[in-house]
Unconditional design. Structure first.
Length: 311
């Protein structure tokens, strides 16, 4: 269980970088970053398959198809959806909607596995909901109004991103906890291939293509540093960490560890803006962390002392 927790926290620390990357690579677009980032992810996955341990051998066609779709839509689709949701609706509403993913995924996962009685799972979920609410409601009150049509489109894309994340988390966990679960390294590589194939198809649509060849530009150099870092470290290593966490932890617990991405994203964002957190940000983050700690304690105790009536 400890390895699964550490893997989940590592993934949160890495994936949290995606919250500042689109701002750090300006004037290039989030679409350019997404396409090249996931193209790198795919290329790294292919390159690693030179080593036999990384090759997706022994997997059924259905399993291969599932892994490719998880990569193409679960990760690539989520990042694109949430990036453009922020552009349309501003920086507040999309995180408010997508930030409910840990709660929604934990609820759905517990319906599937019944890892805990609902009365015990309610407390950590309530703390996480409270933390998300404190941070986002305070930001929402300070946000400027946008055009109704743009906000509506952004809300719609945020819901799409939320559904992508929930579907990805559930399917990935079900595969890795199944009787015929693939090796984590192979499963990560399959998802990387899915991302790479979709990125290759979208490559001709890059909006900043002319500027990308100007390697003497500081902005271009900075852009490619982020592309390589996100493609190799954040995408490949982060996905591998999440696969390991999904394999070793109950879905209802791994779902709550997604909060780590939000917390690390906040820390990185504050460092990027060179400021301290506001009172709502500090209180909300603390509530989310306490919720995760409570969940870990509950699940750890259950492994040692099963619920009455359980085998």
């Amino acid at each position: 269980m400890l390895i699964g927790l550490l893997a989940g926290l590592m993934t949160g620390a890495l994936w949290g970088l995606t919250f500042i990357a689109p701002r750090a690579i300006l004037p290039f677009s989030a679409f350019d970053l997404s396409v090249l980032r996931y193209l790198i992810f795919g290329l790294v996955s292919v390159a690693l398959m030179v080593i036999p341990r990384f090759r997706p051998t022994g997997l059924s066609p259905r399993m291969l198809g599932t892994g490719l779709l998880l990569g193409a839509f679960g990760t690539f689709g989520y990042f694109l959806s949430i990036s453009y949701a922020v552009l349309l609706a501003g920086p507040v509403l999309p995180p408010l909607i997508a930030g409910t993913a840990p709660v929604l995924l934990a609820i759905v996962a517990n319906f599937h596995e019944r890892s805990l009685p609902w009365r015990r799972l309610a407390w950590p979920l309530a703390l996480i909901v409270a933390g998300l609410g404190v941070v986002n409601v305070a930001s929402l009150q300070e946000a400027h109004a946008n055009e109704a049509s743009a906000v509506l489109a952004g809300v719609g894309l945020s819901v799409v991103a939320l559904l992508f994340w929930v579907a990805y988390g559930l399917v990935n966990a079900m595969v890795m906890r199944g009787a015929d679960a693939p090796d984590a390294l192979r499963w990560t590589g399959i998802q990387g291939l899915g991302c790479g194939v979709l990125a290759l198809l979208l490559l001709p649509l890059l909006s900043g293509a002319p500027a990308l060849v100007d390697f003497n530009s500081a902005a271009t150099q900075r852009f490619f540093i982020w592309v390589v870092a996100l493609g190799v470290v954040v995408s490949w290593l982060g996905t591998f960490g999440w696969v390991v966490a999904s394999e070793r932890l109950p879905m209802a617990l791994s779902a709550q560890l997604i909060v780590a991405e939000t917390v690390f994203g906040l820390v990185y964002g504050l460092a990027f803006e060179r400021r301290l957190p506001t009172a709502p940000e500090a209180v909300g983050t603390a509530l989310q962390l306490v919720g995760v700690v409570v969940a870990v304690a509950i699940f750890s105790r259950r492994r040692i002392m099963p619920e009455p009536g359980t085998p």
